[in-house]
Design a protein around this ligand. Structure first.
Ligand code: AR6
Length: 174
């Protein structure tokens, strides 16, 4: 991968709700009405106004994305995307890639220069982290090549193990 692209991608271990970026991405479900995992953490940190705005959206199909304000979060926006429930079929990777692409496109449309992603689908939805990491990083790098307005993409991993997997993959391609 080109050095300029590598410099625009960062990997961090931690809690995505604490990040001071223009937008954080939520691994939501199709209702957009909250849940467990990172979705629950984002709603708790943003406060009830986030759920109120989500109610006006009317859900989101798998692979697509929707944007709301960040309310009490340090982030200005939350981009909600719905990852696939892992089934082992080729459609999984297409849908997961679409989550990253559609979230990044919403970032471009809303002048978001810095955006943080969790490991979409890698919790309750059961996507194997190594496969998901490759899709996340490759899809993002391809997108960034074409769109200079997104200056920084941060992948935020909750566990040390997942953080190590992402860092090893980025180290291999950069
Ligand atoms: N910051 C960063 N990453 C986190 C955080 C956090 N605060 N909390 C959890 N993770 P999951 P999914 C990681 O299950 O698999 C919800 O109920 C976690 O370790 O949150 O896409 C929704 O409503 C894992 O690696 O999302 C849906 O129903 C990653 O975030 C369903 O879960 C994603 O795990 C979506 O499942």
């Amino acid at each position: 991968m080109r050095k300029e692209m590598c410099d625009r991608i960062a990997i961090r271990q931690g809690d995505i709700t604490r990040l001071e970026v223009d937008a954080i991405v939520n691994a939501a479900n199709r209702s957009l009405l909250g849940g467990g995992g990172v979705d629950g953490a984002i709603h708790r940190a943003a406060g009830p106004s986030l759920l109120a705005e989500c109610r006006t959206i009317g859900g989101c199909p798998t692979g697509e994305a929707r944007i709301t304000k960040g309310y009490n979060l340090p982030a200005i926006y939350v981009i909600h995307t719905v990852g696939p429930v892992y089934s082992g079929k080729p459609k999984d990777s297409q849908l997961l890639s679409a989550c990253y692409r559609n979230s990044l496109q919403l970032a471009v449309d809303n002048q978001v220069a810095s955006i943080a992603f969790p490991a979409i689908s890698c919790g309750v939805y059961g996507y194997p982290i190594k496969d998901a990491c490759k899709i996340a990083v490759d899809t993002t790098a391809t997108f960034l090549e074409k769109k200079p307005s997104v200056e920084k993409v941060i992948f935020v991993l909750f566990s040390d193990r997942d953080d190590g997997i992402y860092k090893a993959y980025l180290g291999k391609i950069c």
